[in-house]
Design a protein around this ligand. Structure first.
Ligand SMILES: [Zn+2]
Length: 165
């Protein structure tokens, strides 16, 4: 008689294995979303910011530090925005895409937004129509960005009231 028990057991284990991966991923996503940013993330962001500030000092001889705020209020696939509000420039990073795109946020988004912030600080506020200008690109590279490309189709530079808070 043909006995297919071992096959059934094998399938059962395969199903259990993949279910546990799904459950684990779900738990990870859930806990990331509902908890403060893990310390390892905060440290990586801080380290990258210090690197950007060091590059700013060595290329331009000055240091402007802008508030770097992690928020879950940004909509959609936006990685970050730079906002000029009541005379203050702030950079917001999108927590909602941070877990899946953290390396990209560290390598690209922080220098990218810092370059916008620095140009705003230097009075290029009216460039918001063409925020990703040649000037912006060279600042972004100087600050340590690798590619310095526009990563969303619409602008992520906000002059005026924030779309949240
Ligand atoms: Zn940009």
């Amino acid at each position: 008689m043909f006995n297919n028990k071992p096959l059934e057991v094998t399938f059962l284990f395969i199903i259990l294995f993949f279910s546990s991966i799904l459950a684990y991923n779900y738990y990870n996503t859930y806990s990331f979303k509902h908890n403060p940013l893990p310390q390892s993330y905060q440290i990586s962001i801080k380290n990258k910011e210090n690197e950007v500030l060091k590059n700013m000092k060595s290329h331009y001889g000055f240091v402007y530090k802008f508030p770097l705020i992690v928020t879950d209020k940004l909509q959609g696939k936006l990685y970050g925005v730079t906002a000029y509000e009541n005379g203050h420039i702030s950079i917001y990073l999108n927590k909602n895409v941070m877990q899946e795109s953290f390396d990209y946020i560290i390598d690209e988004v922080i220098p990218h937004e810092y370059a916008h912030a620095l140009l705003m600080q230097k009075g290029y506020l009216n460039e918001s129509k063409q925020g990703h200008s040649q000037k912006w690109h060279s600042v972004c590279i100087d600050l340590g960005g690798k590619e310095c490309k526009q990563y969303v189709n619409h602008e992520e530079i906000i002059n005026g009231k924030l779309p949240f808070n």
